[in-house]
Design a protein around this ligand. Structure first.
Ligand code: TZP
Ligand code: MG
Length: 219
């Protein structure tokens, strides 16, 4: 079995959030592998309608792919799946498991990300030792429509000035606007369709990483 590489914990670069339905013929694992080859530094498995057993099996397969590379595997929402698959952490929304309970159950080493959709969410998060805030959504996106209004680049800058946490912006990010999101103050950009629905996911990840690096150099 592959031995695990040291886990990369810096919240920086490109963060892939999966959508199995967008991966088409290629399939989820292949898309994740290609994205990581292209430079994605974080992967979140996000499943909204998969029964528990195949969800755990999928998470365990991804963990096997990602652990030797030191790439963190984050599970959206499902603490039981994190525990069962030995994933590295959880991403929770405002209506999911409360942060304190997730931390107590997963322990101090687990990575815990929290979505913020309102200014009140940002303020409340300041007292929590979450590992990052997910700025959700930075731009309106057809991939997820049950959100409050988009933050926009101004929202990213405002959160950057106020928050002590690393920031991961998500929603409507593509090669065309990735640099602007980093320049506005996000540490990381997260994408679903820009990689999962891309004709060449590896190339899409490489292009996004190039945009991110160029913007970081300007800072
Ligand atoms: N959370 C906020 S927006 C979003 C999620 C999961 C979807 C982002 O998808 P895309 O395709 O990168 O706009
Ligand atoms: Mg959720």
């Amino acid at each position: 079995m592959d031995s695990p590489a040291p886990l990369q914990r810096r919240t920086e670069g490109l963060y892939l959030v999966t959508d199995r339905g967008l991966c088409g013929q290629r399939g989820l694992e292949e898309v994740v592998s290609l994205a990581v080859k292209g430079g994605a530094a974080w992967v979140q498995l996000r499943e909204k309608d998969l029964p528990t057993r195949p969800f755990v099996e999928e998470a365990s397969r991804l963990k096997k792919i990602l652990a030797p590379l030191g790439v963190p595997l984050i599970i959206n929402d499902r603490l039981d799946v994190v525990l069962a698959s030995k994933a590295d952490g959880i991403h929770i929304g405002q209506e999911d498991m409360p942060y304190e309970i997730a931390r107590r159950l997963l322990g101090p080493k687990a990575i815990i990300g929290l979505s913020v959709e309102t200014w009140e969410d940002v303020e409340q998060a300041q007292s929590l030792d979450v590992d990052y805030l997910g700025i959700s959504p930075v731009f309106a996106t057809p991939t997820k429509t049950d959100t409050k209004g988009p933050w926009g680049l101004e929202g990213v800058s405002r959160i950057r000035a106020f928050s002590r946490h690393p920031l991961v912006a998500i929603g409507g990010i593509s090669r065309a606007n990735a640099a602007a999101v980093i320049l506005a103050g996000s540490d990381c950009i997260a994408v679903v369709s820009a990689i999962c629905a891309a004709p060449d996911p590896r190339r899409a990840a490489e292009d996004l990483c190039r945009e991110i690096s160029a913007a970081q150099e300007q800072q």
